[in-house]
Design a protein around this ligand. Structure first.
Ligand code: FAD
Length: 539
């Protein structure tokens, strides 16, 4: 199989225009081309005032590959296509230990860990504290519509994990030499995600489709001999002489196993505390805090796509921004959701935290993103592994009070925030946060250095996206769960530094940030567990 990059076609090209374009580019007769597929499709938004073509990477085979490569040897866009297929480990049900492996948490990391273990014949048991995705959806809407929070079934907890009610962005900047990301996308497609996620440059699924995909993957795991149990909160770990031997559930039941993947997500603060009490090694790590910002999507489209704004093949535009403030802090946009909504994302009573989501169509009125400031344990929360968790809790509790102590979120217009005066009335931008926002002054919601840095960043961002500092754009607070505030450190064998048999994984353990990287880490850790089993049996 060969690969060609940088093949450009107009945005409006017909579906069947790719084959003739490829044949012409290669200078071959159509009969020479045996097959082709799109590996990647992107566009260059910097070309918004001139021609903005789609740029393709195509994989293809021809009758005589050697002859073509020799003839086009000076073409640096042509070469052998790398093999990105997943290579399964050589393991089988014969390696299944007496006690089945456990996976704690059924977010993207736990789902892929369990799926891989099931595909290897290792029949995992998944323990998930929340409910199945259908029931969970109802509970999550309970907070948004009726201000009723279920601490065990919400945006953070339940089947599908934190990304279930999200934009479903599926890209990441992680190094992925084994092409596990490709495996994640292929499994999503098998479970019902649109096929285009395999090749568009910034794929996304949207929340509605993601819920169906998650349920299908659960059934696949069960069909392969796995088990998925909901409303099974793990409250403790059982450790004997540095070896994990099982876990304890909220109802007192003990589930014995010497191989446990811990895929908790970043919001399982009670479990972090339980693990810390048991002496599982963990350390504080950096994360970020800030606000969600909302603009009219049309403003972002115009700034990013120029005359192509609103083009049906491009959809709603996104952005990615960074500013290094004079006080030494970095401010950046986080989890940008084109045509989406800001959501209430707390999992704990009497706390307020924001995030963003959208549907596949991304056709809501507003664009939103987190505008956040990086903070570190050394500078901002010294005091041990749980100090970042405690800081998040304090900020989220204060945001609850600032919002009126009823799950509404504190908000402010961008113009007023920059000018340092409280907002009293909305302008042209209607915020999407449900159950609602309470206008006022956001300055007390975050440490002074963060406010100062964000105040400086918003006008600086307007130099890249005209109108970003629009007076009526809305800030909603607060964004604190940008990543895990701690790391449950693991060694090269992917096991906890001081508890054998415990495989910390995914975002909560500090090894992923986002759906794709969490899925990739699930695969990596499932393989780590399988290798540990093979080693144990070889001894
Ligand atoms: P999680 O998804 O958090 O899953 C952890 C699971 O473990 C949960 O289901 C939880 O209930 C369970 N659990 C926790 N403790 C226990 C326990 N003690 N016992 C049993 N079960 C337990 N990322 C993107 O890449 N793209 C996006 O568009 C995007 N949008 C987002 C929108 C929102 C609203 C949110 C909240 C997050 C979004 N993210 C997005 C981030 C993404 O969801 C996470 O990075 C990802 O889900 C992390 O995966 P994970 O499996 O490591 O953890």
């Amino acid at each position: 199989m060969l690969r060609i990059t940088e093949l450009k076609l107009p945005l409006d090209h017909a579906d069947d225009a790719l084959r003739p374009a490829l044949v012409e580019r290669l200078g071959i007769d159509d009969s020479e081309l045996l097959e082709f597929s799109v590996f990647k499709r992107s566009y260059d938004a910097r070309k918004k005032s001139g021609d903005m073509p789609f740029i393709y990477t195509l994989d293809f085979s021809v009758r005589d590959e050697a002859a073509l490569l020799a003839r086009l040897s000076n073409d640096r866009n042509l070469g052998i296509a790398p093999d990105v297929r997943y290579k399964p480990l050589n393991i089988s049900a014969a390696h299944l230990p007496a006690q089945r492996p456990l996976v704690i948490g059924f977010g993207p990391c736990g789902i892929f860990a369990a799926l891989l273990l099931a595909q290897m014949g290792l029949r995992p048991i998944v323990l998930e504290r929340g409910k199945d995705v259908r029931q969970r959806t109802k509970d999550t809407w309970g907070l948004w519509r009726k201000k009723v929070l279920d601490p065990e079934s919400n945006v953070q907890f339940g089947e599908g994990g934190a990304g279930t009610f999200s934009d479903g962005k599926l890209y990441s900047q992680i190094k992925d030499p084994n092409h596990y990301g490709r495996k994640v996308l292929e499994e999503f497609v098998k479970a019902g995600a649109p096929e285009e996620i395999l090749y568009v440059s910034k794929p996304h699924i949207g929340t509605f489709r993601l819920t169906g995909v998650v349920a299908t993957m659960r059934e696949e795991i069960k069909a392969l001999g796995g088990e998925v149990r909901f409303q099974q909160r793990v409250t403790d770990v059982l450790i004997e002489d540095g070896q994990l031997v099982g876990v304890e559930l909220e109802n007192g039941e003990q589930v014995r196993s010497r191989h446990v993947i811990l895929a908790l997500g970043h919001s399982s603060r009670d479990t972090f505390r339980a693990l810390h009490t048991r002496g599982v090694f963990m350390e504080a790590k950096p994360f970020s805090v800030g606000f969600r910002i909302e603009h009219p999507q049309s403003l972002i489209d115009r700034a990013r796509l120029g005359k192509y704004a609103g083009h049906p093949k491009l959809g709603a535009a996104d952005y990615k921004l960074v500013h290094h403030a004079k006080n030494g802090r970095s401010v950046y946009s986080f989890c940008m959701c084109p045509g989406g909504t800001v959501v209430a994302a707390t999992s704990e009573p009497h706390r307020v935290v924001t995030n963003g989501m959208s549907q596949y169509s991304r056709n809501e009125r507003n664009a939103n993103s987190g505008i956040v400031v990086g903070i570190t344990p050394e500078q901002d929360y010294p005091g041990g592994p749980l100090a970042g968790v405690e800081l998040q809790e304090r900020l989220e509790s204060h945001a609850y009070v600032l919002g009126g102590s009823n799950y509404e979120a504190p908000g402010q217009l961008v113009g007023d925030f920059i000018a340092g005066k409280p907002s009293t009335a909305l302008g042209s931008v209607e915020p999407s946060y449900k159950p609602g926002i309470k206008l006022g002054d956001l300055a007390p919601a975050l440490p002074d250095f963060a406010i100062e840095a964000i105040r400086e960043a918003l006008p600086a961002f307007a130099k890249q996206i005209k109108g970003f500092d629009l007076h009526d754009a809305v800030l909603t607070g607060i964004e604190t769960r940008t990543s895990s505030p701690l790391r449950i450190t693991r060694g090269e064998d992917l096991q906890s530094l001081n508890v054998r048999g415990l495989f910390p994984a995914g975002e909560g353990a500090g090894y992923a940030g986002g759906i794709l990287s969490a899925g990739v880490d699930g695969i990596r850790v499932a393989e780590g567990l399988a290798r540990a089993l093979m080693d144990e049996q070889a001894r």
